[in-house]
Design a protein around this ligand. Structure first.
Ligand code: ATP
Length: 270
């Protein structure tokens, strides 16, 4: 069961410089996750406790998973990822057991960063979700909070959760000693998009006519994940045209394509 629902990676290959924009968010993640792991004594000397859990919230594809992976890499920690939706099960006690397994795996692989994506699946307000009124889902969340209480003082395991639906969360999980550090991860601004274009084209054969500044202005609704998709699609347009150099028009066509496919997925979800 473990292997199916948990993704365990030793020092994932994401560096801080792979993340475009998000300087303030990165700074906060470093203070709240990296510092307690690298210099636990600092917090003791100052006489404060590091935050128990960090919650990243913002739209899809903005770099939340990347931030968590990068900090695990920086601290030479094992990255253990689980989606909240994987913790919702039909059978009584199964969600709580998976939570216990998750922390057991983390203890076996210390230092470790536990990343729980879609935390809203187990921590939505009762009124907002069909599943959260479910006693089983409540128990799963209680198990998570109690595991978090268990290692307050130690810096070897840190917990990061993420959600795209902050407004749906049960405020109880945001209390002190729980997910008490909130970091908003927004869509990139113009400058951020330019940086993300530069990052994802580092290894690409880009023609001289390509201007990231104007691409970033055109793709003003794009998330980081969209920018990445544009770069890959632009490469595909060049290949289709039997060229090895990627031109401005390829990027423009790619943006249209990415926009069209995200409109489709939105329609499907309606
Ligand atoms: P979700 O909420 O859908 O899980 P997320 O916020 O966790 O999304 P990531 O998985 O971190 O998003 O991003 C998906 C991909 O998009 C990344 O692997 C990366 O290639 C690209 N990306 C997203 N944001 C950025 C960014 N700020 N800088 C560079 N690349 C980015």
């Amino acid at each position: 069961v473990r292997a199916r629902v948990m993704e365990v990676t030793q020092s994932p290959e994401v560096e801080y410089e792979d993340i475009g924009g998000l300087e303030d968010q990165l700074q906060e993640v470093r203070e709240t996750v990296e510092m307690p792991m690298k210099k636990p004594g600092m917090f003791d000397d100052v006489g404060i406790e590091p935050p128990s859990g960090v919650l990243l919230h913002g739209p899809p594809g903005t770099g939340k998973t990347m931030l968590a992976k990068a900090v695990a890499n920086q601290t030479d920690a094992t990255f253990i990822k689980m989606a909240g939706s994987e913790l919702v099960h039909k059978f009584i006690g199964e969600g709580a057991k998976l939570v216990r397994d998750l922390f057991e795996v983390a203890r076996e692989h210390e230092p470790a960063v536990i990343f729980i994506d879609e935390i809203d699946a187990i921590a939505a307000k009762r009124t907002e979700s069909k599943t959260s009124g479910d006693a089983e889902v409540q128990r799963t969340m209680m198990q998570l909070l109690s595991e978090m209480d268990g290692f307050e003082e130690r810096g070897e395991i840190r917990i990061i959760a993420a959600t795209n639906r902050f407004d749906m969360l049960d405020r109880a999980i945001l209390r002190p000693g729980r997910f008490d550090r909130l970091i908003e991860v927004p869509k990139p601004d113009q400058e951020g998009r330019e940086l993300i274009f530069q990052i994802h084209t580092r290894g690409m054969n880009v023609a001289d006519d390509v201007e990231f500044e104007s691409l970033a202005a055109e793709a003003d609704e794009a998330s980081g994940a969209d920018v990445k998709a544009i770069c890959t699609e632009a490469g595909m347009f060049a290949i289709r045209d039997d060229r090895t150099e990627i031109r401005m028009e390829d990027f423009q066509n790619a943006w249209e394509k990415v926009q069209a496919s995200s409109d489709e997925t939105e329609d499907v979800s309606k």
